[in-house]
Design a protein around this ligand. Structure first.
Ligand code: NI
Length: 145
């Protein structure tokens, strides 16, 4: 059996309460197993495509635009990688919260890297990358010419 490591995680109590409700509904008996499954799931999802595969991706971000310098940081990151960014959709959800969807196209590793930087920017409350590979689907779903 692999050696176990213990880690401490800081999490706001409201989020933890919702997580506990979620894992209770899924039948987990403790948080540790639920955390391990979530981590495994994310690792598998990001290892499916080779780094040089051409992909399109959407990054969905939820954030409070009052967070100091956060909108500027997200815009700067996109400008730094403008060759990857096809389009950005921004919706003002309510007085504080914004939804941003960034459409990316490029090599899998570059798309993943930019998505990771956007999602991990301090203040982003929720972020998710969904990638698809036009190389692998185009032969079957599109007819050209
Ligand atoms: Ni907004």
């Amino acid at each position: 059996m692999a050696e176990l490591s213990r880690i401490g995680v800081s999490i706001d109590s409201d989020l933890l309460h919702r997580f506990d409700s979620y894992i209770a509904g899924k039948g987990y008996e403790n948080r540790s197993e639920a955390f391990r499954d979530l981590i495994r799931d994310r690792l598998v999802g990001s290892a499916v495509l080779s780094g040089s595969a051409l992909v399109v991706g959407t990054v969905t971000l939820i954030y409070d635009h009052h967070t100091r310098l956060l909108p500027e940081k997200l815009t700067d990151l996109q400008h730094e990688s403008h060759a990857l960014v096809i389009s950005t959709l921004h919706a003002h959800l309510d007085h504080a919260n914004c939804l941003e969807v960034v459409v990316l196209r490029g090599k899998s590793r570059d798309v993943q890297k930019l998505a990771d930087r956007l999602i991990s920017t301090k203040g982003v409350q929720h972020g998710r990358l969904v990638m698809s590979s036009p190389e692998t689907v185009s032969h079957h779903t599109h007819k050209h010419g």
